[in-house]
Design a protein around this ligand. Sequence first.
Ligand code: KDG
Ligand code: MG
Length: 402
Amino acid sequence: MKITDAKVIICSPGRNFVTLKIYTDQGIYGLGDATLNGMEKSVATYLTDYCIPALIGKDPRNIEDIWHYFYRGVYWRRGAVSMCAVSAIDMALWDIKAKTLNTPLYNLLGGRSRDKILVYAHSNGANIDETIENVGKKIDEGYKAVRVQCGIPGLSDAYGVAKEKKSYEPAHKGLPPEEKWDTSLYLNFIPGVFEKIREVYGSDVHLLHDVHHRCTPVEAARLAKELEPFHLFWIEDPVACELQESLRLIRQHSTTPIAIGEVFNTVYDYTLLFTEQLIDYIRMPLSHGGGITHLQKVAAFASFYHIATGFHGATDLSPITLAAALHFNTAINNFGIQEYMPHQKIVNEVFKINYKFENGFMYIDDSPGIGVDIDETAAARFPYVTARLPVNRKSDGTMFNW
Ligand code: KDG
Ligand code: MG
């Protein structure tokens, strides 16, 4: 079997997606998601100019070797752009292999470990009353787990809060918008939000919260400790985690579970976090963390330390990543939860999906491969739109983490 061609499809049905399509001499093709929010064209160029010419002629069945060709074989390895490209290649190759064997992807990853995948919804509000009301709506829709973000009094911007009652999408057309941030206002306010939500909805619903890298280690330790009575499923990205050791401080002060890694892209971002058991959930998604081949190893490594998966699943990951993640989550033992932020309906004009949400869980069907297809004629109707993620400044103007 040989790879005969490959191409990159960029489209924007409501938001940008980059898709890699790999063709073989047996008429079977595979799809991989290469979307990196706000940096789409960098990955597309890397794939088109550097990776695709080297892919042609290779045997797509040799996934492990091809993975190492584009990781180990590349002198300037790692980093978000190149790992996103490696991930897309890897996903497309697994798609080809599973289609060739006429079986759903999860069968190649160990078969079924569960029937359904627990997911968490996003909920947010401009103020505490709106937030409480919106959490109730998600519970009514059947969700068993809800991520809660809330506007902060005195702050014009808070991470994860939709403006003008639209659904939350952080990327904006044109240059990056500048947001304003004040950690002490945030820290003083957020524990009270969770206290109120527990009062209103009781203790059964799983509650999650994304700090989005905005605390120092000692601030994060305070937050995790103050949230402890409300038994969160996790706090996410409490600190900007270039310094893995900073997690020790949070751990020493609190039993609130910690999820980290949506901006990570290799196992080397996790080694200390695993071996010292400093976190509870892995966020690194298949589309940024080296695809199925690498995440299998990362998840296996994590499993020895009782750490589970909780993959990133925002709308900037395409339906291909979501479907691949559902296969992966179906197969592995140490699955924890999957983020689920439904794509706008218009996305389904381009991507034909094979999963559904029902009563708090997601289900993937048994179509061969990853099971998602792309309609290229429809994709051509939605050309790329330049859109960038915001930057963030403290209220005195100092540049900060977004
Ligand atoms: O592109 C950035 C988003 O994917 C990110 O802000 C979403 O933090 C996020 C989450 O947890 O879904
Ligand atoms: Mg996040």
